[in-house]
Design a protein around this ligand. Structure first.
Ligand code: AVJ
Length: 368
């Protein structure tokens, strides 16, 4: 059953040829789990095998380094090494988001589930759809607490990892239907047909503050697309985690830790270009910077060229001035009000918000 879902085509929702989120040139990130490399391709390739380069990655790098200011999309952070470094980041004392969100799920799962259950017809089935499910760690609290019948649809671009996570969940939650879908959630998707007779509600789950990687306009488009996944008559809900605006020293430390793990994570992007696209970046000639952009309420990660230099990627040459930066990531921080206003423009109304004791992070339940 799930294998047919995995192999099935991902049909675009908008038949009018409108630009989808993933096609716009300004999109700079999708979820870390959605960005794992295609494991059907070897990781390092010689420069002569250019036909085997990841064309999307190559195209993004060419375009990003040719532009001014220079930038690279953060979704490419997460090869094997990058995913490991991100896991190390989550263990750092300075990096609070993962710990806070986990604490929120642990402490408030009861009232979150009550708020969701109130919207389902008694005895009917509920669908839980996760965008960029990765290892489905935080989802386990929901799967343990939501009533059956329950169908869980984890969506992730990394098909192999998705299948192994799904089989683990089937063992641990025999009462749930697990229907994995290998797809890039930033493209418009169509969910497998729900049995309308028995399914009375659908909850989209979007944890991890991945929403913060999108600029507000893109975030709005994505939130609207999530709403369009859910059939009109089918009580649509969205449970989303986002990072709250806070003291800028706390923010800066979270993205520029004293052990230099975040710096390595950022520089890994250049290492990856060297390995996979035939680049010759000298990593020691670039410095990691985390800047807090006050007016845009976001942390920006940059790689700043320490000297005037030329770098090659395949056949192409890119010139860097001393002090010139490559902008690699945005991580937007919201107040509750600003996030709710953004979601409202995409048709969502808040029904409950839960935060950690410090008020660093929030999880909000919205309804269509
Ligand atoms: C995985 C997108 C939530 O923005 O905090 C961590 C990525 N970047 N340190 C974030 C990240 C630098 C992270 N997200």
């Amino acid at each position: 059953m799930p294998s047919t879902l995995l192999q099935g085509p991902i049909r675009p929702l908008n038949a009018h040829g409108a630009m989808t989120l993933s096609e716009t040139t300004t999109v700079d990130c999708i979820t870390r789990s959605a960005a794992r490399p295609d494991t059907s391709q070897p990781c390092s390739r010689s420069a002569h095998e250019s036909a085997r380069y990841d064309q999307h990655f190559l195209q993004a790098v060419r375009q990003g380094l040719a532009g001014s200011p220079k930038r690279l999309p953060c979704k490419y952070f997460y090869d094997q090494r990058g995913s490991e470094l991100f896991e190390q980041i989550c263990e750092l004392p300075e990096y609070y988001p993962m710990r806070c969100e986990t604490q929120i799920m642990q402490d408030h799962i009861g009232s979150m589930v009550d708020a969701i259950e109130r919207r389902r017809r008694p005895g009917s089935s509920l669908r839980l759809v996760e965008l960029g499910s990765g290892s489905s760690v935080k989802t386990r609290w929901l799967l343990e607490s939501l009533a059956c019948p329950l169908t869980y649809i984890p969506i992730d671009i990394s098909a192999d990892h998705l299948m192994s996570v799904a089989s683990g969940l089937r063992d641990d939650f025999p009462g749930c239907r697990i229907e994995p879908m290998a797809a890039d959630f930033t493209t418009p998707l169509v969910l497998p047909e729900a049995d309308d007779e028995t399914t009375s509600a659908t909850v989209a789950y979007f944890p991890g503050s991945t929403i913060g990687n999108f600029q507000p306009e893109q975030a709005k488009t994505l939130l609207r697309q999530i709403g369009e996944l859910i059939p009109r008559h089918n009580n649509g809900m969205l449970l989303v985690g986002f990072d709250l605006d806070k003291d800028r020293d706390v923010l800066r430390a979270a993205y520029d830790d004293s052990r230099g793990i975040t710096a390595r994570f950022n520089l890994n992007l250049l290492r990856r270009i060297n390995l996979e696209l035939g680049g010759d970046f000298a990593l020691s000639q670039f410095e990691h910077q985390a800047r807090y952009n006050e007016s845009l309420h976001r942390i920006e990660m940059h790689l700043v060229s320490q000297v005037a230099q030329q770098v090659h990627v395949g056949e192409e040459t890119f010139s860097f001035a001393a002090g010139e930066s490559v902008h690699t990531e945005n991580s937007h921080k919201y107040s509750r009000q600003r996030f709710e206003a953004l979601a409202a423009t995409a048709g969502w109304s808040p029904r409950g918000t839960w935060t950690d004791r410090q008020g660093y992070f929030a999880v909000t339940l919205f309804e269509l």
